[in-house]
Design a protein around this ligand. Structure first.
Ligand SMILES: [Zn+2]
Length: 310
């Protein structure tokens, strides 16, 4: 069964200035690598629809959604900064709406007959976006929009969200903490940006703070010890992934030493878990990953495992 691959040209129009690392070329790097790896023929391509206001306000405060629409510049070459590293240009609002809409559409696809798994190749990323705040390159929380859509429209009652980006998914935690229908698992370098997550108290949040220079062996043993038993017991009906690849050893954004086999390994664990409990249903949303070569290679192994060959 083919993997659904959801993206949109609008996602390339969002730019935050010449020296910013979160660039449109990230999506080109992924597409190029998937072609080179021979994976392209195993994908079914879909254009991401824009998220609706109804979908957005399930996870964001209505006044925050309104404020983003009002802040969006209409003139070319204008940047409106929302925090120190997060800015809107003329294309940002449409890109952010497509990125959030992709996650909801991906849920619709995996709840249907044709696809078990879907990957959202979108930007801007989402996992730092809180209920009422843009931050860390993120505007709408894509994975949270998808999860809320699954619960509201498809009657899903247990969703696991696994975030292996090198940064804590503070925005996702802000939105889902205390919601027992969601089990949120985030691994991240600590201490590091954004500084949250090490002392979270919510019973449905399972954070793994790890020190700089964490390698694949340490990452895998932490996942085996802290996440897998709890995920198994939770038995999610849908598995969602905040797939950030900025923990790669070649990525200068942070200081983890993960490699493609580590991303393949975690994806296989989640794929197998979804097979056991969720009818194989997985929705993965791109988050970070800033070394273009490492990003392309890591996404390729991630998708290879999502497709599965068993
Ligand atoms: Zn990140």
């Amino acid at each position: 069964m083919n993997l659904a691959f959801i993206s949109h040209e609008d996602c390339r129009l969002h730019q935050m200035g010449a020296h910013h690392v979160e660039v449109p070329e990230r999506l080109h790097a992924i597409t190029d690598r998937l072609i080179a790896a021979g994976l392209e023929m195993l994908l079914s391509h879909y254009d991401a629809p824009k998220a609706t206001r109804e979908q957005l306000v399930r996870v964001h405060h209505p006044s925050y959604v309104d404020a983003l629409f009002e802040a969006a510049p209409t003139a070319e070459d204008v940047l409106v900064w929302l925090d120190g590293d997060t800015a809107m240009n003329q294309g940002t609002l449409d890109a952010a709406l497509r990125a959030a809409g992709a996650a909801a559409y991906a849920v619709d696809l995996v709840m249907g007959e044709r696809h078990h798994a879907a990957f959202c190749a979108v930007r801007p990323p989402g996992h730092h976006a809180e209920r009422q705040a843009a931050m860390g390159f993120c505007f709408f929380n894509n994975v949270a929009v998808g999860a809320a859509h699954a619960m509201a429209e498809h009657g899903i009652e247990r969703i696991a969200i696994v975030d292996f980006d090198v940064h804590h998914g503070n925005g996702t935690e802000d939105i889902v903490a205390g919601d027992e229908r969601v089990l949120f698992c985030s691994s991240f370098q600590h201490p590091f940006y954004p500084g949250t997550g090490a002392d979270s108290q919510a019973p449905n949040v399972l954070n793994i703070p790890l020190p700089a220079r964490t390698d694949g062996a340490a990452f895998r043993s932490a996942v085996e010890m802290h996440w897998l038993p709890r995920l198994e017991a939770f038995a999610p009906q849908l598995l969602m992934i905040s797939a950030g690849f900025d923990g790669h050893a070649e990525d200068d954004m942070a200081h983890f030493n993960l490699r493609e086999p580590d991303y393949a390994w975690i994806t296989k664990q989640l794929h197998d878990l979804a097979e056991r409990h969720a009818g194989g249903r997985i929705v993965s949303c791109l988050e970070g990953g800033y070394n273009l070569s490492a990003l392309g290679r890591s996404v390729a192994v991630h998708l290879d495992e999502l497709i599965g060959h068993g």
